[in-house]
Design a protein. Structure first.
Length: 417
């Protein structure tokens, strides 16, 4: 038996209904705030992620699915959504639009990481991006919108971690200080952290190794070394969140596995997910579009994992699909009956009804049982090209009428007498 590749999964109909619920909440919440949907290709030029995400990141070094397209060009299945959105912004001249440009997406992504519960090699994320607005109210709005989405889905035990990375210039000075500190304690660090001290010393805050974590408790913190403008920006973000009633925890050790972040950084976690508790997060990326060849343009965004949200959310009632009419051919061997039944079902759908055609040749008795399982309101039994019986499944009453009268009768929804 051939099975799905490791780290992937099938979305079966019951799961699809919950995903549609999340999609509906995202479209409602983000749409009301002026965000418009965008979708980018499943694969992009590898250079986009090397330049945008950062060559020293684990994503670029270890987790990307890259391949030659047969013409000597390296392509990569997208591992994240922000760089592709920024590429589209530049490529399609969206800088000519009135700022800010507010976009959201719901797409699949790919990373070659170790699969575990809620983390897959092919996964889905809902994300939102604002390009062309540098004020702290933009940061606060995006955080509030993600909080509203998680609340709408009933995600349990959420906590918001908040920090600021300042500007790249501030980080250059801080990296030198942090690197010197890590070199002074190199013997106490894990092998993995020692190997990337020069490449990405801030990722040491993310380490799970006990010895490294002890060292990092006393490490210098970037949040304590922000430039005055960055500190004021961050203070205003916090004030706006306080005013909105969004609780948060300051976390000076917060880092994310992407190099493009500046200033505000945030992550939502859920106690319902155990050790791998991240649900979604993001931050500001005011230099990314310039890095990708555009003009310097402010940007900020977030992404949240669908699988993570659904794991952390309770089962919610999903509205069952309404079936107004099941159409049954009374004589499965008669072509005129088959044609008439087919036409009744087609016309019913054109009239706005949810109508299904019995396709398996069930007996009338079995077809009525099937209608019960579907929750169909009516069953039309077509006898020939002109005559049919219409059965009200709730009352059990049945009426003889012409095939042309079936749809008007169902639309009226009247009791059959």
């Amino acid at each position: 038996m051939i099975q799905a590749p490791k780290g992937t999964y099938d979305v079966l109909p019951p799961d699809a209904a919950r995903r549609e619920l999340l999609l509906g909440h995202a479209a409602r919440i983000l749409g009301a705030a002026g965000y418009e949907r965008i979708e980018t290709p499943a694969f992009e030029a590898t250079e986009l992620f090397a330049r945008g995400v950062g060559e020293a990141t684990d994503i670029v070094q270890k987790e990307m699915y890259s391949f030659d397209d047969g013409g000597g060009r390296s392509l990569t299945l997208r591992p994240e959504g922000t760089a592709p959105v920024c590429r589209a912004y530049i490529e399609h001249g969206m800088h000519k639009l009135p700022p800010p440009v507010k976009l959201w997406y719901l797409s699949s992504f790919f990373r070659a990481e170790n699969p575990q519960k809620g983390r897959y090699r092919q996964f889905w994320q809902v994300g939102a991006e604002v390009i062309g607005a540098d004020g702290p109210e933009t940061d606060a709005e995006l955080i509030v919108l993600l909080a509203e989405l998680l609340e709408a889905m009933g995600v349990k035990g959420t906590r918001l971690r908040l920090a600021s990375l300042g500007t790249p210039e501030t980080r250059v000075e801080y990296r030198q200080e942090l690197t010197a500190y890590l070199r002074a304690h190199e013997s106490e660090l894990s092998e993995e952290v020692r190997a990337r001290i020069d490449l990405n010393p801030m990722r040491a805050f993310d380490a799970s190794d006990a010895g490294t974590r002890r060292v990092m408790e006393a490490a210098p913190k970037l949040l304590e070394r922000l430039a005055p403008d960055d500190a004021e920006h961050f203070a205003t973000v916090r004030a706006l969140l306080d005013a909105a009633g969004v609780a948060y925890e300051l976390d000076p050790t917060l880092v994310r596995g992407l190099d493009y972040y500046t200033r505000t950084l945030f992550e939502f976690t859920s106690d319902a997910l155990g050790a791998q508790s991240g649900v979604g997060g993001g931050g500001r990326y005011d230099r990314l579009i310039e890095q990708l060849g555009g003009q310097r343009t402010a940007g900020i965004g977030w992404a949240a994992g669908l699988e993570r949200i659904l794991l952390a959310a309770p089962e919610q009632p999903v509205m069952s699909r309404v079936v107004d009419l099941l159409v049954v051919g009374g004589d499965r061997d008669s072509r005129p009956v088959a044609l008439a039944a087919f036409e009744v079902a087609r016309e019913a759908r054109r009239a706005g009804l949810a109508a299904q055609l019995e396709l398996t040749g069930r007996s009338l008795k079995s077809a009525l049982k099937h209608a019960d399982r579907l929750g169909a309101r009516y069953v039309a039994i077509v006898h020939d090209g002109e005559h049919a019986s219409l059965k009200d499944m709730e009352s059990g009453e049945q009426k003889e009428l012409t095939t042309a009268a079936v749809i008007p009768e169902v639309l009226r929804g009247s009791r059959l007498t």
